[in-house]
Write a protein that binds this ligand. Structure first.
Ligand code: G16
Length: 545
């Protein structure tokens, strides 16, 4: 029996998990005892895990393997019975969720900073998921944080690293470590949900081609197995398929700016019919057609409206949910289907209770996240396959499907403007001055726009009645337009201000016009009401999606 070592430590005061776990610069995590403290705090915050199974893996970024070795030893010293870990320390975030659920594991640890860059000077992250496969709820992340402030010792084993590249069982002390193929369970689940025969037929037809940009991140092996192997898409369909520790120096965020090669490939006469991308850890997605970008909010609405075309959802949807800043496009679909639509704060964890209670089947966020009750994380490749299944059944182009949708339901013209790495004090001041003015702004008129109501969004979970307040300032106009301000919970440098701007449009002539043009007045208004330049020193956003 291997001897457990108990090491004395002192707390760090900056380990409060954000929107999606603890995210910091790699160098912060590499400080002596930093990761150890946080991992021990996870165990200190949990109960009854002795002898149970955890699932572990990450997105392959710099420090992934080293961190995993360290976590395995702490897990063994704390009495975990078994760990299922992806080969080479790789597991996409949705795959972790799938495996926790399939094997009834106690929970899981995901090593990722999602769409943030990787490398020695870039970002790293760690997140705990519970037995439902989803991100831990706020009461658990808060308990972890409280433990991190009081920690005085952690437990570990002095033992050699395990071989993470060899499939099969090994031991760390008394704990069994099973190194698993990271792709198979997830790919099997996709095969249960979607009509692979119809999709195979579409992908083999001469008139159809697609490109999937894995951005040198974790979805490469998943996309190659599912698209090129099981669905027999042409070799080379998956771009940047190899996971690299620094994502090839790129920013693994599937949006119009960071996936610009794919975006430019998707226009012109030789463009593929369908383009898609996923992020660092495989939970985000971007959908493109020839000369068209589908906003994540529209994508959610379109998936909901077409769900019964897909075998896994043929019986219809119990309900849908979207995060507050996500456009109201899916609300219209829910109205038409006669099903409930929930509005939650930003963060996938807020969908967990609704999914567990069977209140919703599909959910999504403007931040390129879409998912369903098949797992408890948003799921990038799943969304891509959902679209592919719809394309295979409807036999129309992406653009035709989007335009048909807008004609039927109207369009929620939408944009998000991000001001990245702005001084934290200025960003906080901007939010605070809006917060104190919410009452005074209600009822005011601005160049043809009347504010109906202005508030700081607060959410009461309908299942456990927990309340989450201060979730973003909403300016709601009488026309149905909205301007929303919130600070990102996932950045690691300064603050990121996100401004979300939306306006319903039913004028058929304007349906296909450019969003920035249609929203120009509201964009100007959004900057002046909140005095963005005064507070951040910025004249324009860094990223527009
Ligand atoms: C995380 C959460 C998402 C959330 C996003 C918001 O995404 O999982 O549910 O929408 O953060 O990011 P921000 O706070 O920066 O607006 P991910 O992909 O980073 O895990």
């Amino acid at each position: 029996m291997m001897k457990i070592k108990t090491i004395t430590t002192t707390p760090f005061d900056d380990q409060r998990p954000g929107t999606s776990g603890l995210r910091k610069k790699v160098k912060v995590f590499q400080q002596s005892r930093y990761l150890e403290n946080f991992v021990q705090s996870i165990f200190n915050a949990l109960d009854d895990f002795q002898g149970k199974t955890l699932v572990m893996g990450g997105d392959g970024r710099y420090y992934n393997r080293e961190a995993l070795q360290l976590i395995l030893k702490i897990a063994a010293a704390n009495g975990i019975g078994r760990v299922m870990v992806g080969c080479d320390a790789l597991l996409s975030t949705p795959a972790v969720s799938c495996i926790i659920r399939k094997y009834h594991a106690y929970g899981g640890i995901i090593l990722s900073a999602s769409h943030n860059p990787g490398g020695p000077d870039a970002d790293f992250g760690i997140k705990y998921n519970t037995g439902n496969g989803g991100p831990a709820a706020e009461k658990i992340t808060e308990a972890i944080y409280q433990h991190s402030l009081m920690i005085s010792e952690y437990h570990t084993l002095e033992t050699a690293d395990i071989n993470l590249s060899s499939i099969g069982e090994q031991r760390v002390g008394d704990m069994v470590v099973e190194v698993i193929n990271p792709v198979i369970d997830y790919a099997d689940l996709m095969e249960e949900l979607f009509d692979f025969n119809a999709m195979r037929a579409l992908l083999s037809s001469k008139n159809f081609s697609m490109r999937f940009d894995a951005m040198n991140a974790v979805t490469g092996p998943y996309a190659v197995e599912i698209l090129e192997q099981r669905l027999q898409a042409a070799d080379g369909t998956v771009l940047r398929a190899e996971p690299l520790t620094d994502f090839g120096g790129a920013h693994p965020d599937p949006n119009l700016v960071h996936a610009r090669e794919l975006v430019s490939m998707m226009s012109g006469t030789n463009a593929p019919n369908f383009g898609a991308a996923s992020d660092g850890d495989g939970d985000r997605n971007m959908i493109l057609g020839c000369d068209i970008y589908v906003s994540p909010s529209d994508s959610l609405a379109i998936l909901a409206a077409n769900a019964t075309l897909v075998p896994g959802y043929a019986r219809g949807l119990t309900g849908v949910a979207r995060s507050m800043p996500t456009s109201q496009a899916v609300d219209r679909v829910a109205d038409e289907l006669g099903i409930p639509c929930y509005e939650t704060p930003t963060g996938w964890k807020y969908f967990g209770n609704l999914l567990d209670a069977g209140r919703i089947t599909l959910c999504g966020e403007e931040s390129f996240g879409t998912g369903s009750d098949h797992v408890r994380e948003k799921d990038g490749l799943w969304a891509v396959l959902f679209w592919l299944n719809i394309l295979a059944v409807r036999k129309q182009s992406v653009a035709d499907i989007v335009h048909d949708h807008w004609r039927k339901y109207g369009r929620d013209v939408y944009t998000r403007h991000d001001y990245e790495g702005v001084p934290t004090e200025g960003a906080n001041a901007l939010m605070e001055q809006l917060r104190v003015r919410t009452g005074e702004l209600s009822g005011q008129h601005f160049d043809g726009y009347t504010i109906e109501r202005c508030d700081d969004f607060s959410y009461t979970d309908p299942i456990d009645q927990s309340v989450s307040s201060q979730q973003g300032i909403r300016i709601l106009f009488t026309s149905g337009a909205r301007i929303i301000y919130r600070l990102s919970g996932t950045g690691t440098e300064g603050a990121t201000l996100r401004v979300y701007i939306e306006q319903p449009e039913n004028d058929q002539v304007k349906l296909s016009h450019d969003a920035q043009t249609l929203l120009a007045d509201l964009i100007t208004l959004s900057a002046s009401i909140s005095e963005i330049e005064k507070h951040t020193g910025r004249k324009a956003p860094d990223v527009i999606t």
